[in-house]
Design a protein around this ligand. Structure first.
Ligand code: ADP
Ligand code: MG
Length: 694
């Protein structure tokens, strides 16, 4: 296999553009990509035709605008290239207009009330900053998605806006430090993706996996992850074949799939790509998740991306590694070794610290979902409390800057920004804190709270916007200052003093931290129903409007969509539990009880001991009755939920009323599973599923 030749062979990237487009057209398009200038309408037709020729040569027959509505996944509607000719034949055609805009009757996508059904039209518009690619014989054009009235209906547009915001403010800071060469700053992201891989037959036999993506019932298997023998363990043959195939498919799409290994739980794995510019990373993570599922099918496997497919063993997350980079290739979170570099680094660092402290709520809600509620704060993932890890060395430096003293034993004199270089900071130390939700890891931040199914667009919109806003405030202050170095020093020291409560280097999983965080006044939004409504607080709406990322209406509609989605997911889970409980578990256990009863009768007749059988029949009978009663209670609650006055009330109702009964029902089922003979149990157990792939 010739990997360099294979790589990006299905992508209409710069190299292909240069080859296939006339020079002036290429230059015009490149200008649009680099500077965001509007595309010259005359060249769209030429580009479309070149794209089509290239795609047809590669076997494509269709094209689609590929976009990211608020469902969190991607959407596509395929059109073929065919166009009839007079002689009853067809030619392959693709016009500039078809490339640039698409109109789709998109009334079924969530809009949170922004788009009434009578104005159902939605428009997709080509995003020339992300390359077109071929997937399933279809030319996919990455696009944004907006309503007839111009409101944004997707995840990509606000991401691009947030990138523009941080570019603008970061450039102001760079100019203050005398940088005249950089033309732009963009955020970079590397998203590590966790997933489970199970046998397809196991998946098909579990309605809960099919309907909700996670197991709603299931007793602990005799062996889980306690031996820690799976993490980084040798990869099984079937899994390896899958991973190799997956790499090839991802490489063809220009995705820099790099690191793969087994994760903590049995059947759990991870794939990490090399980082790239955020909007591309976001597109590629979507494609990666889709490809993971598709390739699994070919191997008779199923790829579970849910945050918590199995209770009692680790769930799956996604680590969002984030940094800022100039077009000249400088990482702004690289501490550097000269005093000037250090001063600039410190300013960017404290901007992030301040941003995370002031907008804990936004980061928290950007990672909230019904699925991720099972992970956050459950001793396997960061808690629901947001804090920043910087490591001890850096915290000492921050301390010294705050108090204008020398860092303990490290520095000969008082540390002055712009005069002294920082002490060598260890990069990527092995003892680095894995429990922190937001950790500085040497030259980037790792936001670890994301769930495995998430579109990374949401959390990155928040990150870019909150940091852009702090940089704006800093730039305003520093641009006015008569003595830049003195002002920088004051600003950094003050910011550390005011926001150091968000710094925490200890064990975030410990109960002491929860108490300590409360004492510090940090937010602890325990579940999605509590977190989502914070999005639309006046402080947050003002932030998004100020930075041109969302309008007030876009914020309120998105809040509505997230709350609604949460309730819908739980309603589906509730209905699935009722279905499995009443139709599968209840009759199965009753069959076993019936057999036990006839056995007891026969034993009685022969004067054989039957006490154990009887005790078991009694226990199972009681539990099965309770299970059935729980199903009835969930039914009643689901009906009641429909009467809630608004989306927030409904979400709270699910969190507070429905979930506890679901848990109760599950406990009965799981205990019965432990006590029912194997041949009676109606679906594969955790043991069957988790060790199904050899
Ligand atoms: P871990 O030990 O957490 O697995 P790695 O060093 O393997 O960490 O990196 C994890 C991810 O961080 C990778 O996807 C990598 O590409 C990404 N990454 C590295 N540098 C940057 C950066 N400057 N900006 C964004 N992501 C980065
Ligand atoms: Mg990591």
């Amino acid at each position: 296999m010739n990997v360099p030749e294979l790589f990006a062979s299905n992508v209409f990237n710069l190299q292909v553009m240069q080859e296939k487009l006339p020079k002036d057209v290429y230059r015009s398009l490149k200008k649009t990509m680099d500077r965001g200038t509007p595309l010259d309408p005359n060249v769209a037709g030429v580009i479309a035709n070149a794209m089509k020729d290239w795609a047809v040569e590669k076997g494509a027959t269709h094209f689609t605008h590929w976009f990211q509505p608020m469902t969190g996944i991607t959407a596509e509607k395929h059109d073929s290239f065919i166009s009839p000719t007079k002689d009853g034949k067809v030619i392959m055609e693709f016009s500039g207009k078809e490339l640039v805009v698409g109109e789709s009757d998109a009334s079924s996508f969530p809009s949170g009330g922004v788009r009434a059904t009578f104005e159902a039209r939605g428009y997709t518009a080509w995003d020339p900053t992300s390359f077109a690619f071929i997937k399933d014989n279809t030319l996919c054009i990455p696009t944004t998605f907006v309503s007839y009235g111009g409101e944004v209906l997707d995840k990509k547009t606000p991401l691009l806006r947030s990138m523009a915001a941080i570019n603008k403010q970061a450039m102001r800071i760079l100019r203050l430090f005398g940088n005249t060469t950089a033309k732009c700053v963009y955020p970079t992201v590397g998203a590590e993706q966790e997933y489970f891989l199970i046998d397809r037959k196991m998946y098909d036999a579990r309605k809960d996996l099919v309907f909700s993506g996670r197991t709603l019932f299931g007793a602990k298997p005799p062996k889980g992850q306690e031996l820690e023998d799976h993490y980084f363990g040798p990869i099984k043959t079937r899994v390896l074949a899958y991973m190799e195939d997956l790499d090839v498919e991802l490489w063809k799409l220009g995705i820099l799939a790099k690191t793969k290994h087994n994760e903590v739980a049995p059947s759990q794995h991870e794939l990490a790509p090399i980082f790239t510019i955020t909007n591309v990373a976001s597109d590629q993570n979507q494609l990666m998740m889709e490809t993971m599922k598709k390739v699994a099918t070919k191997h008779g496997l199923y790829c579970l991306l849910h945050e918590k497919p199995f209770a009692g063993i680790n769930g799956s997350g996604k680590h969002n590694n984030w940094s800022l980079c100039t077009d000249t290739g400088v990482n702004l979170f690289d501490p550097g070794s000269t005093p000037a570099e250090n001063g600039q680094f410190m300013l960017f660092l404290v901007a992030v610290i301040k941003a995370v402290d002031e907008y804990q709520d936004l980061l928290r809600l950007s990672v909230a979902s019904a699925g991720n509620d099972h992970r956050l704060g459950a001793n396997e993932a960061p808690p629901a409390i947001v804090s920043v890890f910087v490591g001890e060395e850096l915290e000492e430096v921050l301390d010294a800057l705050e108090h204008d003293v020398k860092p303990a034993g490290k520095q000969k004199q008082t540390l002055k920004l712009g005069v002294d270089a920082l002490p060598e900071l260890p990069r990527d130390t092995t003892d680095r804190n894995r429990t922190s939700p937001f950790a500085f890891t040497g030259n980037k931040f790792e936001f670890r709270m994301l769930g495995s199914t998430f579109s990374i667009a949401g959390p990155n919109i928040m990150l870019n916007t909150i940091v852009a806003d702090e940089l704006r405030i800093f730039a305003d202050e520093l641009e006015k200052a008569p003595d830049f170095t003195a002002a920088l020093h004051t600003l950094v020291a003050r910011t550390i003093r005011e926001h150091k409560r968000i710094l925490f280097n200890g064990n975030n999983y410990s109960p002491e931290w929860t108490k300590e965080a409360e004492r510090r006044g940090l937010l602890n939004l325990k579940n999605s129903a509590e977190a989502f409504p914070r999005f639309a607080s006046p402080k947050n709406i003002a932030l998004f409007e100020r930075n041109g990322v969302f309008t007030a209406r876009e914020v309120t509609s998105r809040t509505e969509i997230m709350l609604d989605n949460y309730s819908k997911v739980l309603a589906i889970e509730g209905l699935t539990m009722i279905e499995m409980g009443k139709k599968d578990i209840f009759p199965a256990v009753n069959r076993y009880i019936a057999d036990l009863c006839s056995l007891i009768e026969r034993k009685k007749a022969l004067d054989l001991p039957y006490a154990q059988e009887q005790a078991l029949a009694v226990k199972l009978s009681k539990e099965n009755e309770s299970l059935f009663a729980c199903a009835g209670e969930i039914e009643r609650l689901l009906t009641a939920a429909r009467g809630c006055e608004n989306a927030e009330a409904a979400a709270r109702f699910f969190a507070e009323k429905v979930i506890p009964v679901m848990q109760e029902m599950r406990a009965f089922a799981d205990d019965m599973e432990m006590n029912t003979a194997k041949e009676y149990w109606p679906f594969p157990t955790y043991g069957d599923i988790l060790f199904s792939v050899s």
